[in-house]
Design a protein around this ligand. Sequence first.
Ligand code: PGA
Length: 254
Amino acid sequence: MGKMRKPLIAGNWKMNGSIGLAADLLQAMQPGLEESSVEVVICPPFSLLQSMGECFRETSVSLGAQNVHPQISGAYTGETSAAMLNEMEVKWCIVGHSERRAQFAETDALVRQKVGTLLQHGIQPIVCVGESLEEREAGKHESVVVEQLKNGLSGLAADDQLRCTIAYEPVWAIGTGKTATSQQANSMHLTIRRELAELATEQVASEIRILYGGSVNAANAAELLEQSEIDGALVGGASLKTDQFPGIIAASNV
Ligand code: PGA
């Protein structure tokens, strides 16, 4: 049986990229976008959101941010609010990326606050979860991911949960060239879906999209995306490459 969920390919540019790259990438993606049934999102740094919004205006590519502050305004030097993202027509926002958890002390509680703010502003959260190598080797990977998931979505109504996308990104696979095997990834996605059935409803569990992230490229995307529980990818390094990202989009065209 084919998957009912529409594939989503999101590019996380991290602290990279330029408006020139946006134009080049758009040109490289365009032929594939026209006949594709895939949703494509690019998450550039804040400084590029405005100009990339203009660049992508007539296209099917949507814009995402990489972070948001839970408050609407105030004395939060260096931060950006969801209301500001609304002004730039940002439709998506990554929350709880492992780099933010590790480098900027982003806790599950903060992730949950950010998810709430985004939903109130009509922005769809991409909630990242994932275990470290140590945690996997200690056999704790499932419990770590389930905990992050529970805390990140706690107390949300089912229709709000449905507006979230989950990204499973094992920390040891990010930027390392070492992807999880398709079986490892699919098995964790299944665990997440089972947990959502408990935590939320069967409908949420079967309809929510779960992306895989961690060293996805044009060569390994098809095998990952073919898996029954993998609905798309959150792509870092390869989303900056005009000879890689279009191939990942093509691989998710089922
Ligand atoms: P990567 O990054 O594709 O470069 O491994 C993925 C991510 O951090 O979202």
